[in-house]
Design a protein around this ligand. Sequence first.
Ligand code: HEC
Length: 268
Amino acid sequence: MFLLKRLAMPRLFVLIIAAKWLTLCFSAISLAVDPLQDQSSRLAEQYIANVRPLMQQFCLNCHSTAMQEGDLDLERFATTSEMRRDTKAWLGVVEMLDNGEMPPKESKQPTPQQRQQLRDWVKRFLDSEALANAGDPGPTVLRRLNNAEYRYTLRDLTGVDLDPTREFPSDSAAGEGFTNAGNALSMSPALLSKYFDAGKKIASHAVLLPTGFRFSEFNTQRDWTDEALAKIRDFYRQRVDVVELGNGTPVVLNLYRHCQIGPAKSAL
Ligand code: HEC
């Protein structure tokens, strides 16, 4: 009996804890209201209740689907869902309300409070949209590297600054003034053939080795040999004392010392 109790107690505990945990989880789920979602549904209600009637009164007689003065149809925004698909139009609305250009002078004007109410709501709507989309860079275009990126990528890959972009047309800056905006980095047939030429040029700098290949700043067999010999000479120059006689003959001093005074002392 005692043994049974000892076995049963921990199980009971586990069950109680598990049950508590589950109820906690469920209550957390039911309590968690997304503040953004909350704000969005409040804005949607206010649009129908207050904002749309004001627009009806002061804007839609000119900006209806039928009229579209200034190519602007504000009637199509029946709910905030439609607005969400074209927030750009609403940036214009805020601007017009702020500078007092709309409604035009000769039309029925909203009271300052009504204008403020309309403007504040649109501003809050745009802010909440910006917040909801924060961190989203928008559509990104599949693009080529710009000239600087291409040059430095190749330098990093080959270890040699070959800069084939000297032959490329310079990159045009987009409206923002940056040369890495996808929309401005177009590819023309002429540039594509320059890319092929650049590829061939870079390949001609590849030196085949028994263990693979390396890139050289040169592209002829002769230069590669000289490059290798210079490296070997450099290596030896660090380890031997070489003097050149009057007739240009190099003399390795270490060897002479070695012969004359013996290996032990010449090492000093
Ligand atoms: C009496 C007619 C009339 C009323 C009422 C009116 N508008 Fe306009 N709206 C125009 C006309 C006409 C233009 C084009 C002006 C231009 O191109 O110079 C225009 C242009 C605009 C534009 C610029 C569109 C663009 O893309 O260039 C916005 C935004 C705008 N109106 C918003 C409003 C808002 C908001 C209201 C209500 C508060 C309103 N308008 C009321 C006639 C009206």
